[in-house]
Write a protein that binds this ligand. Structure first.
Ligand code: 3PG
Length: 306
């Protein structure tokens, strides 16, 4: 079988080497389309692929139309808002993700941004410490759990709100349960977002929630920029000079932040949460193994479309 790795943002070379070991051992052919600049390159490369590994690359009906032999696509990562699942089903393509494989890298990036901001970008001026501060985790999935673990090392007071996770699981991790999202924002100086981008969560974080946050509030977003209502965020930024926003990717209104709110934000130019060798290896190799296993045994454990 021909397995295509199509990544606009490439994996680390060591991850490709290890992915290749998995596919070679199973007798499959690995083809790389890394760093591509235009969707036309993806449409051409996928034409004769039996399987495909992607990252945040968009797998649309157009891509699936071009993929005449495709049987399975695996998103090497957690969030699958880039996969058109109904279109995958219509094209009889199995879609999977690799949950948990890059979560520690994302949690570490959240802390890296928090620490850098707390020390005012290492520019010499007195900053603040994380010890004793409140941290609210909006969603307590794989990244949330790593966040709690790291936060405890820093001596932070950790809270979580997740309507899909039992109180028992949250409390077992040494985290206090918030019964509502309002409670989380009212209690926590730092709030870190770890929910998926879907119809329910898109634009769900805006003025009404952010205005509840205590003094020197910091919103940390390593989830998706789409969950933020940027109009509401700009409104609270204008009203409260103490609030800060740290985001793994630039918001659409980046130019306004640069013009008016210098020193109160950090934006990565390209999504960096999962950009570590370890995360690339974990997610890439897991994706390759899931494909090999699917072809060998029909295992559909991580299937997203039913
Ligand atoms: C994920 O959902 O797994 C992360 O956001 C990582 O995305 P990336 O593979 O595009 O870096």
């Amino acid at each position: 079988m021909k397995i295509l790795v199509a990544t606009e943002k490439p994996f680390a070379p060591i991850a490709i080497k290890l992915i290749r070991e998995v596919t070679d051992a199973a007798g499959h052919q690995l083809v790389l389309l890394e760093n591509y600049k235009d969707v036309s390159e993806l449409l051409a490369a996928v034409a004769d692929a039996d399987a495909m590994i992607v990252r945040s690359d968009l797998v649309t009906a157009q891509v699936l139309d071009a993929a005449k032999k495709l049987k399975i696509v695996v998103r090497a990562g957690a969030g699958y808002d880039n996969l058109d699942l109904p279109a995958c089903t219509a094209h009889k393509v199995i879609a999977m993700n690799t949950p948990g494989q890059n979560s520690n890298a994302v949690a570490e990036l959240a802390f890296e941004m928090m620490l850098y901001q707390a020390r005012n970008g290492f520019a010499g001026k007195s900053g603040s410490e994380l010890r004793g501060k409140t941290l609210g985790l909006q969603a307590f999935g794989n990244v949330g759990k790593y966040m709690a673990e790291i936060a405890k090392g820093f001596g932070m007071d950790v809270f979580a709100f997740d309507p899909f996770v039992s109180d028992e699981i949250i409390e077992k991790a040494g985290v206090k349960v918030c019964k509502s999202v309002d409670e989380l924002y009212s209690k926590c100086q730092y709030v870190s977002l770890h929910m998926p981008a879907n119809d329910k969560t898109k634009k769900s974080i805006g003025y009404d929630l952010l205005k509840k946050m205590p003094k020197d509030a910091v919103l940390v977003n390593t989830a998706r920029k789409e969950v933020i209502d940027e109009e509401g965020l700009l409104k609270i930024f204008e009203e409260r000079k103490d609030i800060k926003y740290l985001s793994d990717v630039e918001p659409d209104s980046k130019a306004v932040f640069e013009e008016k709110y210098k020193g109160r934000f950090i934006f990565t130019a390209k999504k960096m949460g999962a950009q570590t060798e370890e995360a690339n290896i974990n997610a890439g190799v897991a994706a390759a193994r899931q494909i090999v296993d699917y072809f060998k045994t029909g295992n559909e454990k991580f299937r997203l479309n039913k």
